[in-house]
Every structure is written in structure tokens, then in C-alpha cells.
Design a protein around this ligand. Sequence first.
Ligand SMILES: N[C@@H](CCC(=O)N[C@@H](CS)C(=O)NCC(=O)O)C(=O)O
Length: 308
Amino acid sequence: MSDLLLHHYHFSNFAEKARAMLGFKRLAWGSVVQPPILPKPDLVPLTGGYRRIPVLQDGADLWCDTRLIALELERRHPDPPLFPAETRGAAEAIAWWAEHQLMRPMALFVSGINALHMPEGLHEDRARLHGLPAPSIEAVKAAGERNRHLVRPQLAWLAAMLADGRPYLLGTRPCIADFAAYHVVWFLRGRKIDCRAELDPYPALIAWRDRMSAIGHGARRETTPAEALAIARAARPAPARPSDPQTGDPRPGQRARVRPGDNARDWVEGVVHFVDAGEIALLREDPAVGQVAVHFPRLGYDWRVARD
Ligand SMILES: N[C@@H](CCC(=O)N[C@@H](CS)C(=O)NCC(=O)O)C(=O)O
């Protein structure tokens, strides 16, 4: 049985990507449900300030960001592959586009259409996450309509990728491009006012979405946040793989800080445990969990050597 835990909440689309990848790898995992807005008192002791969802946990190791979660799952369970060699370049580029160009208009569209039906405090929390003042409901609604027109042409691109009848975006089997685009499309259904009618012009896109949904989530068992903290407390971070610092990088043993480059830009500080061209992991101590290793991808993140 896998000891993997996923910190998530139901309506998080990035969590849906992680759940689907766990299903694709046919894994059993512990589901730790976290709140969708701050405060997150049972997550922050583990991550040192990273608040986004999902986070993958194995003992005293935490992986932040679904880009790195995908790579970690692939390293442990290469079959079936999320990154087949023959399509890797195109797949990574499509995934980056879907999550960094299509996702934000999608979030503003669906949340705007559902402006009056979102959980209490969500609009304010998300504005703060992006460094913006709390918006009025009218502003949220107007952003919904504006962003519908940014979503539409990009959904048409996805549909065009499937126009030759292929079952998945890059061929006959799903890869990281499919998972990254799937969770963005999944978000259309997530709220009280269903926005899935946007897919009506594209039967092949609907069929693809249904194929992705049929992959399922693997074997999920419920675990409490308190259990997840206790598991981290009872464990030690796994020994690091050999590092390969790039020019200018902090070295293993040096103090460093890492934060997302796009939103929720809170620094996490610790001692470099591992660093290579794709990943940086920091060791940190917390009274609630003892020593933990927090792993971040490089792409999409910013880092500095920490000055005392
Ligand atoms: N690049 C990140 C993005 C994660 C993300 O933006 N997650 C959203 C939920 S879908 C989030 O954390 N929102 C704020 C929150 O839940 O506190 C990833 O791939 O994991």
C-alpha cells in the first residue's frame, strides 16, 4: 500500500489533476481535506507557509505544485508514463499553456458567473492571493463575462487538437498535456451555475473530457489533518538524491528561500536539502512536526539565498 497523502479539497481543479494522476498510476492514497481559504493551520506547519493546494506528502517529505507532483509520481511509478519520450516537448508546452494562460481566465469566468454562490470569503481571499484589493460583487460578475471571451478561443484550440479523431491530445494515450488541460475544463462544472454549455459546440472535446474523467482517482481513503501531522512528526525526511546545483544556485547546506512566481507569493525558508535544474528542496523545523523537507519545482518559482 502506498503511504502517499494528498492535501486537497474537492473543488480545487489543481487537486483534481493530482487525483486523476494518482488514478492513472493506479495508486492508493490518503485524502487529507484542507480548507479552501486561509487560515490553514494544519497545512502551514508542514509547508512552512506555502498555502496552495494540492500538496503531496510521504512521511516528512512534502511536494508542492502539481508540476513537481507529476514528476515525483513518474519517478516512483514510471508505468504508465505521464511523460512519454516521443511527445514530451509538446506535452510540457501544452501543459504550461493550459495552466498559465487558460486557467486564470477560466477561474475568473466560472467564479464570476457564480459570483453570488461562492463560499463565504472566497472572492476576498483569492483577490489577496493575487495581491489585489477585495472586489465588489459587481466587479466579480463583470470579470466573469469578460473572461468568457478569453476562455472560448482557447477551448476551440483544445477541440482542434482532437479534430482528427485521436482519443487524447497527443495521440492514443493520455499524457501530462491531457491531465493539465483536463482539470481546467473540469472547473466548468464545479459550481452552482454549471458552465459546461461552453463545451456544447465540441462533441469530441466532451468525449475526451469523459475519457479523462473515467480514469478515476485510484483508491482513496480518508485521513484526518491531525493524522497527517502525526505521520510527519513520526518520520524523518528521506535522504536526498545527489544534488546538481546550477550556476548561482544556493548549495546544499545553505539557507535559502523559495516562493511561487505567480500568486500566493509567501516565502518558505529553510536549508537546501537538494537542488538540481528541476527541483529545490528545503529542510525546515516546525514545533508541530519536527524536521520536514519541502520540495518545489524550479519553473514557476523564485528563489534566493537567505541572508541572516
Ligand atoms: N501551480 C500550482 C497551482 C496550485 C493552485 O493555484 N491551487 C489553487 C487551488 S485550485 C489554490 O491553491 N488556491 C488557493 C488556496 O487553495 O489556498 C500547482 O500546479 O499545484
